[in-house]
Write a protein that binds this ligand. Structure first.
Ligand code: NOJ
Length: 738
């Protein structure tokens, strides 16, 4: 009891402290606001990109510097490093009120140390590791003068043609929400203002990942139910985890640009979710309302954006040039402006920039943090966990000791910069470890012969013969194939997501030599490689693993690390199946198990099933699932249902399994998906070891969104399923909700 009282007292004190701090900052914000002219207020809403300010003198440099000195800039993106941030902050301190600038940057998967791209990290299903990766990125960025990263990107993506799938956590709202929380906590650390943390920016609000046909910047049309159930949950999770800022999006949602969407930014984010941070526009997205045909001119665009709740204008100069007039003519109220300014100033106070505008720009800390050797080790461990083993015929992997000579074939064997893919900011890509280097370091006594075979994306087959000879002279072949690092990312949509160029043709030639072929596939999205899927002896899918890729791949090929990754996105057989995702609805004419597709919801030229399902990934050991138990058959009056089962490592190696819990609401007044992920756990077991795994099913997990009524549950029958992949349920049972 005593202990309980003490804890309660401590918690009350914490709440009191937080409230007191909030009040204190709000008072400071209000006092400062009173001193500000209309122009100065508008200045706080203006964000410029700073490549020109730190580069050689040019017209734009003079223009930007003048605006900074006149208090017409609230934030700069793309200024980094202690030297440059100090220099530019000094310019801001020449302004009348000396309000410090916020420095922001796209620190998406590491700063100096390059971690795997977010989609790759998502394959780890390891929240602690993901949090740690974000924290190291934040630590390095914060040591280099950065206050604010434009991450995490939490857009749900069901269409692998979209180039930006590599920036997010894949297709599932439950996994996506868990990752969103982990990344926000990782970036922001214990408390904003600590010098090992940066503000997170949750993007792109909202539904940007649903661009029609996977073409970047395209419109989005969807029901509110889809929006609420699939696309918004990770944003809500991030907001609840304390994300300091949001970024809106380039797309329209049901005909309205997200940047102009009052529904998204004011009604949902700021009112319904009671969000106190600020919203930055995406790059030029206010101005882009004009080509959309939504605003006739920049003045209209600015009015739409500020009304809708876009607080900061990234690179449209719409607020800077138009807001003053809009306010003076009474078209926009000064209260709207004040609300936006207050939200931004609040963050500057919270970061402690008024006490010390150079707080994050410390030469000594920058030097120490950038040299921290533990960061590379963390990146390697993260990369280990992110690798997905898709195929392993006759247990050809891990590599056996009788293999003496390996042919390394393919355009990505020696790749370095590709391994970083896009959104690297301070990395020295020449220092990254290629697959060849990683394997040579690990397997010192083996002989490796290299042949490029072909380029990534050309039709040139002239190097095939050399590659075939190299294969013939080896005991075994490791091919490293994939996209180029810059074939995914922003504006990198692909209509054809097969392996580019002649790489699959090269594979077929190599396979014909009769040698065993292990294929490592790299890319920023789920790719299609049907011949390889059918004929390779083993397939290791890595996405983009970052600076330690070569070491991590060697860790897995040698079994120094037993692969544990599971796909965070469905891999289609053909682009015609796209969008393809595991949580689909059954239709009134589902394909019967027999495969009879007569007047069924099916293709006449392809199965409905994916090549590799969401949640799938193999290990060098096996796991059994037994003994499913429930503590009740019926959930009543808001009760939880406790589920447990036994997971056993039945193989000969230590390994990790990602156990997944799926639910299905069998009959509902809104058609429900065949299954929805509602729980997961990554469990490590020694050979022969068993563990009881527990999940708690809450009534909220059974809820769905019904228009007019909001989130509801309906009594009835539910199915629970447990397994190691969305298409491999190992245990199933029914229960009821009353
Ligand atoms: C545009 C991208 O959509 C966004 O994600 C990024 O943060 C900004 N550019 C700034 O680089």
């Amino acid at each position: 009891m005593k202990r309980y009282n003490w804890l309660l007292g401590f918690l009350c004190l914490q709440v009191f402290n937080v409230q007191a701090q909030e009040q204190f900052i709000s008072k400071r914000v209000d006092s400062l606001l009173k001193l500000m002219t209309l122009k100065e207020k508008i200045g706080q809403l203006n964000q410029y990109s700073g490549r020109e300010v730190t580069g050689p003198a040019n017209d734009r440099k003079a223009y930007l510097l003048k605006d900074i000195q006149n208090g017409m800039v609230g934030s700069m993106l793309n200024v980094k490093g202690v030297k440059d941030t100090r220099e530019i902050q000094a310019e801001a301190l020449k302004s009348r009120l000396k309000i410090p600038l916020l420095f922001s940057l796209d620190v998406v998967h590491g700063y100096k140390t390059v971690f795997p791209v977010p989609l790759s990290e998502a394959a780890s299903w390891d929240m602690e590791a993901i949090k740690q990766s974000a924290h190291i990125a934040a630590k390095e960025a914060a040591a280099s003068g950065i206050h604010w990263t434009f991450a995490p990107m939490v857009d749900i993506a069901r269409d692998p043609r979209w180039g930006r799938v590599m920036e997010g956590a894949g297709e599932d709202p439950f996994l996506g929400s868990a990752i969103a929380r982990a990344r926000v906590k990782g970036f922001q650390g214990e408390q904003l203002g600590a010098t090992d943390a940066v503000m997170a920016c949750v993007k792109h609000f909202a539904a940007y990942g649903a661009a029609i046909a996977g073409r970047d910047y395209n419109p989005v049309d969807m029901s509110e139910q889809q929006l609420r159930e699939i696309y918004l949950p990770p944003f809500k999770a991030a907001a609840e985890a304390g994300a300091a800022t949001f970024m809106n999006a380039f797309n329209t949602l049901n005909g309205v640009p997200a940047t102009a969407s009052t529904f998204l930014q004011r009604d949902i984010l700021k009112k319904e979710w009671n969000y106190k941070g600020f919203v930055v526009s995406d790059w030029g997205s206010i101005r882009e309302m004009i080509p959309w045909g939504f605003a006739a001119n920049l003045s209209e665009a600015a009015a739409y954006a500020i009304t809708a709740g876009s607080d900061m204008d990234m690179e449209s100069e719409a607020y800077k040039n138009e807001l003053e007039k809009l306010i003076q003519t009474g078209k926009i109220s000064v209260d709207l402006l004040d609300d936006a300014v207050k939200r931004i100033l609040y963050k500057k106070f919270e970061l402690g920039l008024f006490e010390n505008p150079y707080k994050f720009s410390d030469f000594k800390r920058e030097d120490i943090v950038m040299k921290d050797k533990t960061h590379a080790a963390a990146a390697r461990s993260m990369a280990d966990k992110s690798i997905v083993l898709l195929k392993n015929e006759h247990q050809i992997l891990p590599l056996q000791t009788d293999v003496k000579k390996i042919a390394l074939i393919g355009p990505l064997v020696r790749a370095k910069a590709d391994l970083a893919s896009t959104w690297t900011v301070y990395a020295d890509t020449t220092q990254m470890t290629s697959v060849e280097e990683g394997l040579k370091q690990r397997f010192g006594t083996m002989k490796f012969n290299y042949a490029e075979g072909c380029k990534i994306n050309t039709s040139d087959t002239s190097k095939f013969n050399e590659a075939i000879q190299t294969a013939q002279n080896a005991d075994l072949v490791v091919m490293v194939l994939g996209e180029a690092g810059n074939m995914t990312g922003e504006a990198k949509s692909r209509a054809n997501i097969e392996l580019p160029g002649v790489q699959e043709a090269l594979f077929q030639k190599i396979k014909k030599t009769g040698k065993k072929v292990i294929v490592v596939v790299m890319g920023g999205r789920p790719l299609i490689f049907n011949t390889i899927a059918d004929q390779a002896d083993a397939i290791v899918y890595t996405f983009w693993l970052g600076g330690e890729a070569g070491h991590a791949i060697a860790d897995v090929l040698s079994a120094d690390y037993n692969p544990s990754g599971k796909l965070p996105m469905t891999f289609p057989r053909s682009v015609g199946q796209v969008p393809l995702f595991y949580n689909y609805a059954n239709t009134g004419r589902p394909v019967a198990k027999s495969g009879d597709i007569h007047y069924r919801s099916a293709y006449i030229d392809s199965p409905n099933t994916p090549r590799y399902a969401f949640g799938f990934g193999m290990s060098y050991t096996d796991f059994s699932y037994t003994d499913l138990r429930k503590d009740k058959e019926i959930m009543k009056g808001g009760e939880n249902l406790n589920v447990s089962f036994t997971l056993t490592n039945t193989g000969k190696r230590k390994g990790e399994e990602v156990v997944q819990l799926y639910l299905q609401d069998k009959v509902a007044s809104v058609v429900r998906p065949v299954k929805e992920l509602k729980g997961f756990d990554k469990v490590e077991l020694e050979p022969g070891e068993s563990k009881t795994i527990k999940f708690v099913i809450t009534p909220e997990m059974l809820a769905f969104y019904k228009s007019e009524r909001g989130w509801i549950t309906e009594p009835g029958s539910f199915k629970l399923m447990v397994g190691g992949a969305s298409d491999q349920m190992r245990l199933e049972s029914d229960f009821k909700l009353e």
